[in-house]
Unconditional design. Structure first.
Length: 150
């Protein structure tokens, strides 16, 4: 839910002029996300949104821009997490079950979410196991292959 909400926040601030957290909460509400100001505030911080001037005294939220080199470096970091922490990958229907080194499931789940692998709907991570929900059975082989790094 958090990842979906944060993706929606990025969509909203990229397409609308949002000046306040309250405006962002209302925009999220129109999209079906009922949230609090505290949650929106945390999301803004985590997404590293910044206020930019539109002139005439207006400042709106926009995503921070990162360089292509930084983006590539981030992707490499996520892939390194997968390579160093994943012990096994198996499928069960439209789920991919990932076993990790103890304590690394949340980091691997975050890496999987950040890599935006085609077919991945979301992840639930425990201590050493992740359930990756996949759109349908036809995507599980491709998702498994991406997680394995093949």
């Amino acid at each position: 839910m958090k990842n979906d909400r944060q993706r929606k926040i990025l969509d909203i601030v990229s397409s609308e002029d949002i000046e306040t957290q309250e405006e962002l909460m209302k925009a999220l509400g129109r999209e079906g996300y009922d949230t609090t100001q505290a949650t929106v505030s945390r999301d803004i911080k985590e997404l590293k949104l910044r206020k930019v001037s539109l002139g005439v005294g207006r400042r709106v939220y926009r995503p921070a821009t990162i360089s292509a080199d930084a983006a590539i470096g981030s992707m490499e970091s996520y892939k390194n997490i997968l390579q160093s922490s994943v012990l096994s990958v198996d499928t069960a229907g439209n789920l991919v079950v990932v076993k990790t080194v103890s304590g690394m499931a949340m980091a691997v789940g975050a890496a999987i979410d950040s890599l935006r692998i085609d077919g991945v709907v979301g992840c639930i991570a425990g201590d050493d196991t992740i359930f990756v929900a996949v759109k349908d059975v036809n995507h599980t082989a491709g998702v498994s292959k991406e997680i394995r790094g093949n």
